[in-house]
Design a protein around this ligand. Structure first.
Ligand code: ATP
Length: 195
């Protein structure tokens, strides 16, 4: 059995906050690999102009190139329409049956109170170990109460970095050095992204 962490996001662009979370969850939960799952369209996200899947995928590949425990799967990018977590988990079990995977699905702690709005949350919790990461002090809403015992809460060091902040800095021609991997920054400059 292979323990694999799934880290979904828009990754527009991937930044060091994402990489830190992935690395610490991998180590603290004893996982063999982390698979980044870039989303085509985030079902609940306000639609600012999202960078093309090809660019986001390439930036992810550049960001993880020196870490043998990190992989990227384009399962959601290949699928038509919006991607729901339960469909992604089902498809990843199907595609990777030979690995006998046990999936751990990462969500930000803020998402715990949103889980009831997702498609088939009980199935998600049955098929994968949901891992909520963030700072201590989280308060569950009434609607999230039934899910809490099934979720694993993990503390990871968080940085106040977001992709939004990176995009804004690039647009204002400010430095993003040390906020994103150098290879990702080089790619952004070459392709004139977020300008
Ligand atoms: P945006 O600013 O475009 O909303 P983001 O930085 O939140 O992007 P996503 O690709 O949406 O990036 O991130 C995937 C997941 O990682 C989300 O659950 C998000 O909350 C979480 N996340 C991203 N950056 C951090 C951070 N610095 N600390 C904690 N969680 C983070």
């Amino acid at each position: 059995m292979k323990k694999i962490g799934l880290f979904g996001g828009t990754f527009d662009p991937i930044h060091n906050g994402h990489l830190i979370i992935a690395e610490y969850l991998r180590d603290d939960l004893g996982l063999e690999e982390i698979w980044f799952v870039p989303a085509k369209i985030h079902p609940l996200k306000n639609n600012f102009e999202i960078t093309s899947p090809e660019h986001r995928l390439k930036m992810l590949l550049l960001a993880i190139q020196d870490n043998p425990n990190f992989k990227v799967t384009d399962v959601e990018l290949q699928r038509e329409g919006v991607s729901f977590t339960i469909d992604t988990i089902d498809e990843l079990y199907r595609r990777n049956a030979a690995l006998e995977p046990r999936f751990f699905f990462f969500i930000g702690m803020d998402n715990v109170n949103e889980l009831y709005k997702w498609k088939d949350p009980r199935q998600i919790l049955r098929k994968a170990q949901v891992v909520a990461f963030g700072r201590p002090g989280f308060k569950a809403d009434k609607k999230a109460k039934e899910f809490i015992p099934l979720i694993k809460f993990v503390h990871v060091p968080l940085l106040e970095i977001s992709s939004t902040y990176i995009r804004q800095r690039i647009q204002k021609k400010r430095s993003v050095r040390y906020l994103i991997p150098a290879a990702v920054e080089q790619y952004i400059r070459e392709k004139h992204l977020y300008m």
